[in-house]
Design a protein around this ligand. Structure first.
Ligand code: NAD
Ligand code: WQD
Length: 345
């Protein structure tokens, strides 16, 4: 039995669940920590079905390290930290909730990882740390802008917390033979799509804030129309441009990050994870319609406050150092998102 146990906090959520599958396929043993605050216990069963065996699971807040004592009884090879609240709008109205979970619980979790000498740590950061970049495509050396929401601030501060923890571990480890504390910070651009089995995907809780879940619900007739937020931006067709990547490609990047830390124990590095291509909102709608043969009822509306005009990655660093790049197309991601949407009806 493979003993490379990897703790996956937030492993029943959208990106975490796909990463659990990718870890299993790569021969790791994912161990899930998720208190179901934004997920459903069904996902655990579905993951067991995809992986062919039940998975080790802790129904606990990752900040409640006492409840997680048993998790550390068997050594962990690594940890991937997805657990966070992620709604930009909610973070503006409830900043305390975002500081408490995305930083408070995270800090206790990171402390436990260091205490238990977990050697490889991967963190879910976001392209939101760049704000409106001054040049495109954006690379990892682009300066962080002042955060435009408490959510964005917690991603910047989460990165910083791990940089400080890394420095502390290096100095505590100096001259000792105990395992190094390596950290990879991953800045995701816009993950979309679902597992091709349609067994797991993004759970639609309430009205979706993100483009693709809203679009698929409008196409399915669950929403009367998609409102395109602004068509007077300085882009080719007037709508905002983003870097969309398939969630299964994103999941595989976490495996590549762990493998990187195995090659370079104790490293600290940061990577953009995107396709390298920018697509406008209208291009996404047209791609969806062509790929699925289904019309998306839509109209133009006003700009949404806080939206950046255009942001897309250069993912060259991940290609060079992690040997990772996206393999799936925008069309494929939209087809998989549609299959998932139809499975929910
Ligand atoms: P999600 O809400 O689907 O998944 C997060 C999971 O973590 C949920 O299952 C939730 O129940 C769990 N969780 C939250 N706080 C917890 C805690 N304290 N203890 C235990 N479980 C907890 O979100 P997602 O889209 O999968 O995002 C995962 C990570 O990626 C987050 O850190 C998010 O900020 C980051 N991210 C997401 C996107 C995106 O567009 N989805 C983009 C960039 C970064
Ligand atoms: C994409 C485009 C909208 C909905 C957010 C977070 C970011 C990161 C990823 C976590 C934009 C347009 C959307 C709609 C629309 N998350 N749109 N009609 O804003 O790029 O990024 O998710 O870290 O932090 O801010 O993603 O999917 O909301 O929007 O026209 O009903 O679609 O204006 O141009 P965004 P999104």
């Amino acid at each position: 039995m493979n003993r490379k146990r990897i703790a996956v906090t937030g492993g029943l959520g959208y990106i975490g669940s796909h990463t659990v599958v990718a870890l299993h396929e790569a021969g790791y043993t994912p161990v899930i920590v998720d208190d179901l605050r934004n997920s459903n216990a069904d996902v655990l069963e579905r993951l067991g079905g995809i992986c062919g065996a039940p998975l080790e699971y802790y129904a606990a807040d990752c900040g409640d390290v006492q409840a997680l004592a048993a998790l550390f009884d068997t050594p962990l090879h690594g940890a991937i930290h997805f657990a966070a609240d992620k709604s930009v709008g909610e973070s503006v109205s409830s900043p305390e909730k975002y500081f408490a979970n995305n930083l408070g619980a995270m800090a206790r979790w990171v402390e436990a990882l260091r205490l238990h000498r977990v050697a490889h740590v991967v963190f879910s950061s976001s392209c939101t740390v760049y704000g409106e970049p001054s040049s495109l495509p954006v690379d990892e050396s682009a300066p962080m802008q002042d955060a435009t929401s408490p959510y964005g601030y917690t991603k910047q501060a989460g990165e910083q917390l791990l940089r400080y923890a890394h420095a502390a571990a290096q100095s505590a480890n100096h001259g000792s033979s105990s395992p190094a504390f390596g950290v990879v910070l991953l800045r995701y651009f816009n993950p979309i799509g679902a597992h091709p089995s349609a067994q797991i995907g993004e759970l639609p809780l309430g009205t979706p804030a993100n483009l693709v879940p809203y679009l698929t619900q409008a196409a399915a007739g669950l929403r009367s129309e998609l409102v395109v937020f602004g068509n007077d931006y300085p882009t080719a067709d007037g709508t905002c441009v983003r870097d969309y990547l398939h969630v299964c490609d994103l999941a595989e990047a976490h495996v590549a990050a762990l493998q990187h830390l195995e090659r370079k124990p104790g490293d600290l590095d940061v990577f953009n994870l995107g396709s390298g291509d920018g697509h406008s909102v209208l291009e996404v709608i047209r791609s969806f319609e062509t790929a699925t043969g289904t019309t998306v009822p839509h109209r133009f509306g006003p700009r949404r406050a806080g939206d950046v005009v255009a942001v897309y990655a250069t993912a060259d660093k991940a290609a060079k150092i992690l040997n990772w790049r996206t393999k799936r197309s925008l069309d494929q991601a939209l087809e998989d998102a549609w299959r998932w949407q139809k499975s929910l009806k």
